[in-house]
Design a protein around this ligand. Structure first.
Ligand code: FAD
Ligand code: NAI
Length: 475
């Protein structure tokens, strides 16, 4: 007998579990299905983000940053250390316990909100009389039926052709987060977000890291000024970049991996490393979902086709997060999950894609919201720019972290903020003020006139807003 629900959510990553909770808050009887297993075979809801993405990567970034500070910055504070060591097993164990706290937290939230959780793989079976049947294959097999289905099946790492992930030598994000000992040499394919974050972790712990990037330039999605400043900082830290690299072959040996590639000049080169992280983007998960059973449409890249409201080609079937178009970010998935639950309830859930912030958790951190200077130029928008360096910020000096700047871009006529770009300490937190300001259509002058605590990094934000009108006070 099929169990009847109002809403079935397939996937319990940030898109799915948040959609399930919001739908339950709105009074629906909700089932959420997720197949992720922990090391004991039990449920591990939270998806890529919790298990092998946002959370574990930030845990390792934190541990490795402490190690880096202890080795390179403590001395200037008068703190002496001898015999500094890293216990990788302990560091990875701590990361695993942070992940588990988050898995358990989601199970608790499901209980609290009366979401019925099913551990196993969800697959469409059929559609009849306005209802969808979804099977769950796990320890036991179940059949669930509902009028509404939200697909939130997420994404998986894209492999290089001919170089499948073995998670031993050729690593996806999964293997990159559980390397057992610091490799002497680490190769990274792709200088995107994962390459930079994971490359930073293992570089800080002592690996010699080389990043091969196909494109001729660095971080094309970021503001050019920010990308330039960040590249300078990363290179100084010891990350080695090769842009315009064309990879021809990856060969795995017993103790190393060899990558054959041509550099930007067309010279044939090889890179031999102990481990290789391949971070060249991700592909939507639909394997095992059985979309054909109900005629759910996928696009040419295998993602689920949706409109701006996350509606698929099927009535009452919705899709959110990494499985659909748009940036592959946890907070974008969450916002879509909330909006879909509200639309199912007949409300007007809304996601403003222009106000989705980006953060790269390197050191310096990189964060932005809105349009870049190069985008505004390409669109022919008349704008004013204002920039303030952390070097002139008292809190940054006290922290000993003065790399980078905050940059404001505002409409030349109306002064409305069009983009804010930050490279520097705690950029991930500072960007929130910019998102709020832009959501309320603030002008640069609005931010410049607000009292910011002293001494704080946020004063750099205020000063960058003042810089738009060429009247910084501390620079
Ligand atoms: P997912 O999190 O991928 O969850 C999908 C879930 O559905 C998974 O649990 C999967 O097992 C399950 N599933 C799939 N198919 C089925 C099926 N048929 N039946 C049952 N279950 C199924 N984003 C940020 O915003 N900030 C960050 O700092 C950040 N760091 C990242 C670091 C790394 C290393 C990686 C890889 C990603 C990072 N991301 C980050 C991206 C973020 O993880 C994703 O954007 C986010 O997880 C997408 O959420 P989702 O719910 O769409 O999918
Ligand atoms: P990415 O899209 O950020 O970067 C991939 C890079 O690989 C690009 O620079 C691309 O030009 C390059 N590339 C592609 N094919 C290549 C090839 N054959 N050889 C060499 N280089 C090649 O993808 P990444 O780093 O895999 O991350 C996937 C997604 O996960 C990100 O786009 C982001 O959405 C999400 N993520 C977000 C984080 C955050 O918000 N802090 C952290 C980590 C991941």
């Amino acid at each position: 007998m099929s169990k009847i629900f109002d809403v079935i959510v397939i996937g319990a990553g940030p898109g799915g579990y948040i959609a399930a909770i919001r739908a339950a808050q709105l009074g629906f009887n909700v089932a959420c299905i997720d197949e992720w297993k922990n090391d004991k075979g039990g449920p591990a809801p939270g998806g890529t983000c919790t298990n092998v993405g946002c959370i574990p990567s930030k845990a390792l970034l934190q541990s490795s940053e402490h190690f880096d500070h202890a080795g390179h910055q403590f001395a200037e504070h008068g703190i002496g250390l001898s015999n500094l060591k890293i216990d990788v097993a302990k560091m990875v164990g701590r990361k695993d316990s942070v992940v588990k706290q988050n898995n358990d937290g989601i199970l608790y939230l499901f209980k609290k909100n009366k979401v019925s959780f099913f551990h196993g793989r969800g697959a469409f079976v059929n559609a009849a009389d306005g209802l969808y049947e979804v099977s769950v294959t796990g320890a036991v097999k179940e059949s669930l039926t509902a009028k509404h289905v939200v697909v939130a099946t997420g994404s998986s790492a894209r492999a290089l052709p001919g170089a499948a992930f073995d998670e031993e030598r050729i690593l996806s994000n999964d293997g990159a987060l559980r390397i057992a000992a610091v490799p002497k040499t680490l190769g990274v394919i792709g200088s995107g977000v994962i390459g930079l974050e994971m490359g930073s972790v293992w570089r800080r712990l002592g690996a010699e890291v080389t990043i091969l990037e196909a494109l001729p330039n660095f971080l094309g999605a970021a503001d050019e000024g920010v990308a330039k400043e960040a590249l300078k900082a990363f290179t100084k830290q010891g990350l080695r970049f090769e842009f315009g690299a064309k990879i021809s072959e990856v060969k795995t040996g017993k103790k190393s991996v060899t990558v054959a590639y041509a550099n930007a000049k067309g010279e044939a080169l090889t890179l031999e490393v102990e481990r290789l992280i391949v971070s060249i983007g991700r592909v939507a998960n639909t394997v095992g979902l059985n979309p054909e059973a109900v005629g759910l449409q996928l696009d040419e890249r295998g993602a689920i086709t949706v409109d701006a409201d996350c509606k698929t080609n099927l009535p009452n079937v919705w899709a959110v997060g990494d499985a659909v178009r748009g940036p592959m970010l946890a907070h974008k998935a969450e916002e879509e999950g909330v909006a879909v639950a509200e639309r199912i309830a007949g409300q007007h859930g809304h996601v403003d894609f222009n106000l989705v912030p980006w953060v790269i958790y390197t050191s310096p951190e990189i964060a932005w919201v809105g349009r870049t200077e190069q985008q505004l130029k390409a669109e022919g928008v008349a704008y004013k720019a204002g920039q303030f360096p952390f070097l002139a910020n008292g809190r940054a000096r006290a922290l000993g972290d003065t790399t980078g700047f905050v940059k404001f871009l505002a409409d030349a006529k109306t002064d409305e903020i069009l983009g804010v770009h930050i490279v520097g300490p705690m950029a991930s937190e500072l960007v929130a003020e910019a998102v709020v300001a832009m959501a309320f259509k603030a002008s640069a002058e609005d931010i410049a006139r607000i009292c910011h605590a002293h001494p704080s990094l946020s004063e750099a934000t205020k000063e960058a807003a003042l810089a738009v009108d060429k009247r910084t006070l501390n620079f």
